[in-house]
Design a protein around this ligand. Sequence first.
Ligand code: GLC
Ligand code: CA
Length: 599
Amino acid sequence: MTVTARTREWWKHAVVYQIYPASFCDSNGDGVGDLPGITSKLDYISSLGANVIWICPMYDSPQVDMGYDISNYEDVYRPYGTLQDMEHLIRETHARGMRIMLDLVINHTSDQHAWFKESRSSKTNAKRDWYIWRPAKYASDGSRLPPNNWRCNFGGGSVWEWDEASQEYYLHLFCKEQPDLNWENPATRKAIYESSMEFWLERGVDGFRIDTVNMYSKPPGLPDAPITDPAAEYQPAGMIYCNGPRMHEFLGEMNDILSRYNAITVGELPHTPDMARVLKYVSAEAKQLNMVFQFDVVDTGFGKTHKYETTPRNYTLPQLKDAIERTQSLIRGTDAWTTVFMENHDQARSVSRFTDDSPSLRVQGAKMLSMLQCCLSGTQYVYQGQEIGAVNAPKDSYPIENYLDVDSYLFMDMVKARHGADNTAELDKAFDALQHLARDHSRIPISWSGKYKNGGFSEIAEKAGKPVADSWMKPHPLAKEINVASQVDDPSSVLSFWKEMLRFRQEHVSHLVYGDYEGFRTSDPNVHYFAKTAPGADSQVFVVLNFTSEEQKWELPHPREGGLPATSPLSLKMLKSTHGGADETGLLAPFEGRIFMVS
Ligand code: GLC
Ligand code: CA
């Protein structure tokens, strides 16, 4: 199918700001972020140029996986607030002309959810079948084995947990406290839709970010995964349990409900490198999801058998360009839509991963990545703290004990089990990987101001004279250097640059949001060159980004090279530079980016 003009929709040129409730803003001084804190920052979010907020799970939960283990979809985790606080937040968001998306986590619940408690109570309970229970297998020596060899998403253990009382295993693709729901049962599906979706749609939410959207339908027979990590007891199995045979039927059912409310959706789509598969989820014709998060870019540099079995910056620029190209190419010649993101609550900070986070370069690095993101097609997502150029917590000032994420400590446990708890070389290597890639970095409380306790995270309470407890995670060691207050009025700050870029993106919406991406000189290890072509326009936007900490020579692209027009000579007009310079040729400063109009 050839698409000459892409259908414009409000949500395609929207800017979504992602909020991690525990770490965004603590309004009452208990050291935990909360809903009134979010409400108090809506004007700030709007001032950035964002018009949608997505809030990570704020539901009732024992917080084993920070709210992705939900014990009640219809209530709020008390330290965050109440249902009334949510209703207030929804109203206040709408009052500013903004929209609100919640996180829909329905592949699994918490083991503390009433459904699971019933299911677990006995083999004959009416809800037994709401989760995935299987009998044990036995080895020839009589020892008990789990039903298959799948490895859990966190650490190195099995996805199966033995239930002593009822003498069966239950499936959990994530923590053992996150049992997988059985989507094969229509009564279960109906209950999920009512409790998790309709309850909130009725209260006015505008859409959902759908967690692990391709895992609901499990492959029949739950077959073993191939052995790809011979040293390990359990095998990575994402390619086996994702995208099962009934996925599209289930999404069709969900869509019947969602479309009644005009709700928008973005699905998280791990383990799906095949574009034809991705299209089945997001082509407009398929009517399944509005958009998905593909993992090409954020998985860059991950280890092959375990994401943390790697070393810092273990990738080349051509590999990163390739990943960007794959995600961008989803909309080329199709009716599908894509997303742009380099950070979220599951990723370390992009400045540290993709540029240089040392004090003299991190501002340039952050601006260059902002320019990159704002020039890519798809719905734009900005993660809290990204707009101030937050970096990973440094190794020497943020010890491993400060890392609280289950994904991090189960990885450390796995390394200890494999290499010995006293193998300091291996433990240090693991720490290096976590310092570079752990999810903890994006979960550190936001530094609103360098002048207050907890990096200003609890500033509102402190200013109101309330006692302020320590924040739930240790504050960022660089809170005094990198915070909102010091950037908000500084025109040369990362924050000001993000605002400028988001405005610029709207001014050039046909090229930057809706255009076709074409990378060229893709093997250049230092400089990223790409062009954006707007459907029907005879001009192009041309972007050049220096991904190194050295000056780099760059050359005017030759006509016919890559995606540029064949007319000669090219007229190149510089629209923007991260460094504000006027020089249109010659040298790029470290991490400098420039945007040109080519006609
Ligand atoms: C998704 C979430 C992640 C969570 C997991 C299990 O990947 O983004 O934070 O741990 O699902 O729900
Ligand atoms: Ca609080």
